[in-house]
Write a protein that binds this ligand. Structure first.
Ligand code: RAM
Length: 350
């Protein structure tokens, strides 16, 4: 609704520029649908495509970009679009926005969940009132929504971060994780898999603590300082959140640890560029949040228009991204994570 307008312009440009690079990879890994399912491009089918987008919280550039992608898609489809959301990424902070969307008769709700179950009652009610519910980025329990649009497999997201930190600390030493909020479905799934991967393949790396910055810049900054103080031998930090990694990089960049304590995880190129350029960070990963929002909006429109029900094997068209197929547990996969470093970071703008 508000600040997002600014982000939308950037988001659209990015989606076009980046769509090419990151989408190419994504299609190779997942996609596969095939049939063109009738209303190609999702154009005119005629339902009331009114979509409300509810990120974990407002004020996070990652979600500004995903909202920009969703808004671009809804403009192509021909519907109405609104972004709403809380300022804090806490388990129940989204409930009131879900209730309002249902009361206002939204056709679809796209949500990144702060907790797998805390918003389920509200989502059930909304679905009972005819709202199609699509999670993206961070899922709820499967039974609480119609579809989940997943940015990449959890295994892939976990693996790339473990590989990056292992490489950056020379395969041994203490590391910590600086996560988002303690209940975040997505971060918790990735952390569990990172722990498994570390245990299985990196016996000389010790994970000493998982800290939570709540996807709040200041909290993440303070938690970074605390980790460095508590663990003088710390060799590296993995932050699987764009808010956390940017705050940790800012702390490290002016500290005695710059260049000696490694930092990687999931970040946006625009937030991380200065820290790659000043040597605080070597490489980190992400996907294209604009494509994620764009895909979520096309999937939601397909549900609203009755083109799909969310059943495994359903296929739909997602505009410039092409065809997608619903996989097990009502999940649609965008693609593979992408690694950003000094050689490519200048090519991205989101
Ligand atoms: C933050 C949020 C989001 C996550 C990214 C990587 O922006 O926690 O849910 O997907 O980081």
């Amino acid at each position: 609704m508000f600040g997002m307008k600014r982000a939308r312009r950037g988001g659209v440009a990015v989606a076009l520029a980046l769509g090419v690079a990151l989408t190419a990879a994504g299609c190779a890994g997942g996609g596969s649908a095939g049939g063109d399912g009738g209303g190609a491009g999702g154009g005119d089918a005629g339902g009331d495509v009114s979509i409300v987008m509810l990120p974990k919280n407002l004020g996070n550039p990652y979600f500004d970009t995903s909202t920009g992608g969703a808004e671009e898609a809804v403009a192509e489809i021909g519907g109405t679009f609104e972004e709403v959301g809380p300022s804090e990424a806490s388990p129940t902070s989204q409930v009131q926005y879900i209730q309002t969307a249902a009361q206002q008769g939204a056709g679809g709700l796209i949500v990144s969940a702060n907790d797998p179950s805390a918003i389920c009652d509200a989502l059930d009610e909304a679905r009972g009132a005819g709202v199609k519910v699509v999670t993206f980025d961070s899922d709820t329990n499967v039974e609480c929504r119609d579809l989940f649009i997943n940015q990449a497999t959890s295994e892939g997201i976990a693996r790339v971060q473990v590989e990056l930190i292992a490489e950056q600390i020379g395969g041994e030493g203490q590391i910590a994780i600086l996560s988002a909020s303690a209940n975040a479905t997505n971060q918790n799934a990735w952390i569990e898999l990172m722990e498994e991967e570390l245990a299985a393949s990196y016996p000389d790396i010790e994970l000493v603590e998982v800290a939570y910055g709540d996807d709040d810049d200041q909290t993440s900054f303070d938690k970074t300082a605390a980790l460095l103080q508590t663990y003088p031998e710390l060799k590296g930090i993995v932050s699987p959140t764009t808010v956390g990694i940017a705050a940790a990089a800012r702390y490290l960049s002016t500290s005695e640890y710059q260049g000696t304590v490694a930092l990687t995880g999931l970040g946006t190129p625009n937030q991380m560029r200065e820290y790659v350029e000043d040597g605080t960070v070597t490489a980190f990963a992400l996907w294209n949040p604009a494509d994620l929002g764009y895909l979520a909006a096309f999937a939601t429109a397909a549900l609203i228009n009755g083109e799909i029900t969310g059943a495994e094997g359903d296929t739909f068209e997602a505009g410039k991204l092409g065809s997608y197929e619903v996989g097990p547990d009502g999940t649609v996969l965008l693609g593979d994570p992408f690694v950003f470093d000094a050689d490519n970071i200048a090519d991205f703008d989101f």
